[in-house]
Write a new protein. Structure first.
Length: 99
């Protein structure tokens, strides 16, 4: 029997996988938003990232996520952060001027 991670990854299109990776990398996107869009808990998001990224990139992401973990959970965020994206970022996650 397949596990949830494998079935979720199989059901995602290439664009949806890219969006999931971007959401996990973004400091301001909380795990609650990832759960809302993909129905993945923080632990499941980590497992997905482990499967989708190279070992080097996964380790780099984990260090970053651990160091900035207080931003990835709504309950532990500082009060000044009220939005989930950068002011230079479009709603689809792309940054202005990035090609």
């Amino acid at each position: 029997m397949r596990n949830k991670i494998e079935s979720v990854l199989e059901s995602l299109s290439v664009e949806e996988r890219d969006r999931l990776i971007r959401m996990c990398w973004e400091d301001r996107t909380p795990f609650e938003a990832i759960f809302h869009q993909y129905n993945l808990t923080p632990n499941e998001a980590v497992k997905c990232m482990r499967k989708m990224l190279s070992l080097r990139d996964f380790k780099r992401w984990r260090v970053r996520a651990n160091n900035l973990g207080h931003l990835k959970h709504l309950k532990t965020r500082p009060e000044g952060i009220t939005r989930f994206k950068c002011s230079r970022q479009n709603m689809d996650g792309s940054t202005k001027g990035y090609k």
